[in-house]
Design a protein around this ligand. Structure first.
Ligand code: NAD
Ligand code: DAU
Length: 334
C-alpha cells in the first residue's frame, strides 16, 4: 500500500511514520511537509532510506494532485496546530487548515483515493469543570479559537465531500497528545524542558483547566484501526480517559524531576482559554475494538521526561526562540 502522509515531519505525523514502518512491512510511505517551524526533519533522519520526504505545501494544487495520484491512501496530519499562535496571527491557520484541506479533498476526489482526516476534540468547544458530560460523535460543533474553528471548518469540508462527491473518507477527533518528538511550544514539552533548563514552569490562569491526555502511540494505533475497519463517512472520537488538570501535570513533572511541587509560576491566561475537554470513545472501542495501551499517565509522563532528557540535541535549537516569543506577552501573576 502506498501511503501519502501529510505533516509527517511534525509531532504526531512523524510518530505515525516511525510506528507504521515498524509494524507494517507492506506499506511504503511518502511524506508531504512544508517544513514549517513546527517540523523537525531530524525525527525522520534514521528512516531516510525508507521514507521519501517531499518539502511542499498541501495547498499547492499541482504538487498535491501528482502525489495523491500516486498514492492508495492519504493520511492528513498537516496543520497549523498551536492555539497561542492562532491568537497572534490566524492567517496561516486559514491557509493550511482550510485551503490546504480543500486542496487535498479535490485531489482525492479526482483520483478516487481513500482519505483519512486527522482532527481534534477542540471542534466541540469546551465543558465546565463540574459538567458530567463528555464529547461524543453527536456533540454539536462549537469551536472557540482561530485554530479550532479552522479545524472544525476542515472537518465540515470532509463531510461535504463525502456526501456530495462520494469521497471515501473517515475522520478522527482526538484529545491532547503527549510523547516523544513534540515541539517545545506545547504545554508538556515546554514545562519539561523549562525544568531541564533551570527555568520555572509556567501555568496559564488558575491552572485548573483540564485536558484529556492520550499517548501519541495510542492515537496512531487508533488511526490505523479506523483506516482498516472504520465505516466510510463516519467520525470516530479518540480518547484514553486521561483527564488531568494543568496544575497536576506541572506538579507531577516537577516531582518526577526531583523539584519542589510548588516551583512554578502562574502567568497571564490565554484569551478565550477552553476550560475542559473530555472524550467519550465508546464508538471506537465497541465498534472497532480499539483500546489504549498507555493507561498510567504518570508512567507515560515519566517516559516522556526521560526522552527529553536523553534528546536535548533534538529540542534545544527551538527552545530559545519559543521562550522569547512567550516572554513578549506573558506576565507572571503569582
Ligand atoms: P505539529 O504542529 O507538530 O506538526 C504539523 C506539521 O504540519 C509540521 O511538520 C508542519 O511543517 C506541517 N505543515 C504545516 N503547514 C503545512 C502546509 N501548508 N503544507 C504541508 N505541511 C504543513 O502538529 P501535531 O501536533 O503533530 O498535529 C498533527 C495533526 O493532529 C493536526 O491536524 C492537529 O490538528 C491534530 N491533532 C493534534 C493533537 C495534539 O495534541 N497535538 C490532538 C488532536 C489532533
Ligand atoms: O485537544 C487537542 C488539542 O490539544 C490539539 O488539537 C492541539 O493541536 C494541541 O496543541 C492541543 O491544544 P491545547 O491548547 O490544549 O494544548 P497546549 O499544549 O497549547 O496547552 C495545553 C494546556 O496547557 C492548555 O490548557 C493551556 C495550558 N498551558 C499551555 C502552555 C503552552 C499552560 O498552562 N502553560 C503553557 O506554557
Amino acid at each position: 500500500m502506498r501511503v501519502l502522509v501529510t505533516g509527517g515531519a511534525g509531532f504526531i505525523g512523524a510518530n505515525f511514520v516511525l510506528r507504521t514502518l515498524d509494524a507494517r512491512p507492506d506499506v511504503t510511505i511518502r511524506v508531504l511537509d512544508k517544513l514549517t517551524y513546527a517540523a523537525n526533519p531530524e525525527t525522520l533522519a534514521p528512516v531516510a532510506d525508507r521514507v521519501e520526504l517531499i518539502e511542499g505545501d498541501i495547498a499547492d494544487t499541482a504538487l498535491v494532485h501528482r502525489l495523491v495520484g500516486e498514492a492508495d491512501l492519504v493520511v492528513h496530519f498537516a496543520a497549523e496546530s498551536h492555539n497561542d499562535n492562532s491568537l497572534a496571527d490566524p492567517s496561516a491557520f486559514v491557509h493550511t487548515n482550510l485551503v490546504g484541506t480543500y486542496t487535498l479533498l479535490e485531489a482525492v476526489r479526482a483520483h478516487q483515493v481513500r482519505y483519512h482526516h486527522i482532527s481534534t476534540d477542540e471542534v466541540y468547544g469546551d465543558l465546565d469543570l463540574d459538567d458530567p458530560a463528555r464529547f461524543t460523535e453527536h456533540t454539536a460543533y462549537n469551536p472557540s479559537s482561530p485554530y479550532s474553528s479552522t479545524k472544525a471548518g476542515s472537518d465540515l469540508l470532509v463531510r461535504a465531500w463525502v456526501r456530495s462527491f462520494g469521497v471515501a473518507a473517515t475522520i478522527s477527533n482526538c484529545s491532547n497528545n503527549y510523547g516523544p518528538y513534540q515541539h517545545v511550544e506545547k504545554f508538556i514539552p515546554r514545562q519539561i524542558t523549562n525544568v531541564l533548563s533551570g527555568v520555572r514552569p509556567k501555568l496559564y490562569g488558575d491552572g485548573r483547566n483540564v485536558r484529556d491526555w492520550i499517548h501519541v502511540d495510542d492515537h496512531n494505533d487508533a488511526v490505523w484501526t479506523i483506516i482498516d475497519q472504520g465505516r466510510i463517512g463516519e467520525t470516530y472520537l479518540i480518547g484514553a480517559d486521561g483527564e488531568v488538570d494543568n496544575r497536576t501535570v506541572v506538579e507531577t513533572i516537577l516531582e518526577l524531576l526531583g523539584q519542589p511541587a510548588d516551583a512554578f509560576d502562574f502567568v497571564t491566561d490565554r484569551p478565550g482559554h477552553d476550560r475542559r475537554y473530555a472524550i467519550d470513545s465508546t464508538r471506537l472501542r465497541t465498534e472497532l475494538g480499539w483500546q489504549p495501551n498507555y493507561n498510567d499517565f504518570r508512567a507515560g509522563l515519566a517516559a516522556t521526561i526521560d526522552w527529553y532528557r536523553d534528546n536535548t540535541d533534538w529540542w534545544q535549537p527551538a527552545k530559545d526562540t519559543v521562550e522569547q516569543k512567550y516572554a513578549a506577552t506573558e506576565r507572571v501573576t503569582g
